[in-house]
Design a protein. Structure first.
Length: 334
C-alpha cells in the first residue's frame, strides 16, 4: 500500500508526497523529524483535516478506512494515511489541549502525480498539401510538459512543445511517426506515438531505354514513388500489353514494374509507355527498346594472308609457301 505518515513539529510545515509511492516510518522521520509533543498536562489531542476531525484521542471520527492512528502516547500522537491520492491534499492539524491553553501544529500535504496521457490523436492518413492537427492531452501534478517530436523516417528533433501540433500544407517528407512525450519529473516520461501517412500521386523516378540484340532476353524497367502504391500498365503504339502474350511478361512490385522480353525480335523494337497511377493521379514515361548489333571477332590480316570467297562466304588462310623463307632467314641470322 501507499502510505503517508505525519510526525509533526509544533509549527507550520509543508509535506510533498508522490501518489502511488510507499512511505515507511523511517522515511517520514527523515522528512518530519520531530513529533507532535505531548506532556502530562495534555487533556485532549485530535487530528483534523481542514475542519473535519479525523481522530480525537483514540476515537476515530472519520469513516475513511485508509486513515489509522499510529500512536497516542505521552510523547507523540501520529496518524497514517494509506494509498494517498490527490483528494488527500490539503492542511492537516494536530490539536493539543493543555491545562493552560491549546496548541496546534500544522502541515500542508501536496500530492505529486506521475504524468499520464489521457487523450491522443489516432493514426491519420491525409493528402499532401492539406493541414493537420495532432492532440496530446496529459494529466499529472505538477502539470506535465508535453512535447511533440517527428521520429521517422528521419529524426528531425522537436517540432512542438505544446499539447497541439499544427502542420500547414503537409509534405510527403513529413510523413512517419510522431511521438508525444509528457514529463513532470515525478516519474519517467510517458510516451505515445501517432502514425501520419501522407498520400501523393505517382512520380516516375527512373525510366531508361535498353539496347538488346535480336534473339536475346531484354528488360525495360519503370520505377515510381507513390502513396498509396502505384499500379503499372505498359503500352506500345497505344495498345496495352497483356502479360503472357507474344513472349512478354510484366512483373509488378509496389514501386517497380518490369517488362520482360524472353526472345527479342525485330518486331519488339520501338517506343514503350509506362503508366503509373493511384487514386490521386497518374503519370507516364516513354522508354525505348532498341537494337544493338553483335560484334564478331575479325581474323588477323597480315602479309601472306589471302581471302577466298565462295558462295558469299569469306575464308582466310595463311600462305604455306612463306614457311621456307622464314627458316632460311633464321639460319642466316645464326
Amino acid at each position: 500500500h501507499c502510505v503517508c505518515k505525519f510526525s509533526l513539529r509544533p509549527w507550520n510545515r509543508l509535506a510533498v508526497v508522490r501518489e502511488g509511492n510507499e512511505y515507511r516510518q523511517r522515511d517520514m522521520m527523515r522528512t518530519w523529524r520531530e513529533l507532535c509533543t505531548i506532556d502530562n498536562r495534555v487533556t485532549r489531542v485530535a487530528w483534523l483535516n481542514r475542519s473535519t476531525i479525523l481522530y480525537a484521542g483514540n476515537d476515530k471520527w472519520c469513516l475513511d478506512p485508509r486513515v489509522v492512528l499510529l500512536s497516542n502516547t505521552q510523547t507523540q500522537y501520529s496518524i497514517e494515511i494509506q494509498n494517498v491520492d490527490v483528494y488527500d491534499e490539503g492542511p492537516y492539524t494536530c490539536s493539543v489541549q493543555t491545562d493552560n491553553h491549546p496548541k496546534t501544529s500544522r502541515v500542508h500535504l501536496i500530492v505529486q502525480v506521475s504524468p499520464k496521457i489521457v487523450e491522443i490523436s489516432s493514426d491519420i492518413s491525409i493528402n499532401e498539401g492539406n493541414n493537420i492537427s495532432l492532440t496530446c492531452i496529459a494529466t499529472g501534478r505538477p502539470e506535465p510538459t508535453v512535447t511533440w517530436r517527428h521520429i521517422s523516417p528521419k529524426a528531425v528533433g522537436f517540432v512542438s512543445e505544446d499539447e497541439y501540433l499544427e502542420i500547414q500544407g503537409i509534405t510527403r517528407e513529413q510523413s512517419g511517426d510522431y511521438e508525444c512525450s509528457a514529463s513532470n519529473d515525478v516519474a519517467a516520461p510517458v510516451v505515445r506515438r501517432v502514425k501520419v501517412t501522407v498520400n501523393y500521386p505517382p512520380y516516375i523516378s527512373e525510366a531508361k531505354g535498353t539496347g538488346v540484340p535480336v534473339g536475346q532476353k531484354g528488360t525495360l524497367q519503370c520505377e515510381a514513388s507513390a502513396v498509396p502504391s502505384a499500379e503499372f500498365q505498359w503500352y506500345k503504339d497505344d495498345k496495352r500489353l497483356i502479360e503472357g502474350k507474344k513472349g512478354v511478361k510484366v512483373e509488378n512490385r509496389p514501386f517497380l514494374s518490369k517488362l520482360i522480353f524472353f526472345n527479342v525480335s525485330e518486331h519488339d523494337y520501338g517506343n514503350y509507355t509506362c503508366v503509373a497511377s493511384n487514386k490521386l493521379g497518374h503519370t507516364n514515361a516513354s522508354i525505348m527498346l532498341f537494337e544493338v548489333k553483335t560484334t564478331a571477332l575479325t581474323p588477323w590480316k597480315g602479309p601472306g594472308a589471302v581471302s577466298e570467297v565462295s558462295n558469299g562466304t569469306s575464308r582466310r588462310a595463311g600462305c604455306v609457301w612463306l614457311l621456307p623463307l622464314l627458316v632460311l632467314h633464321l639460319l642466316l641470322k645464326f
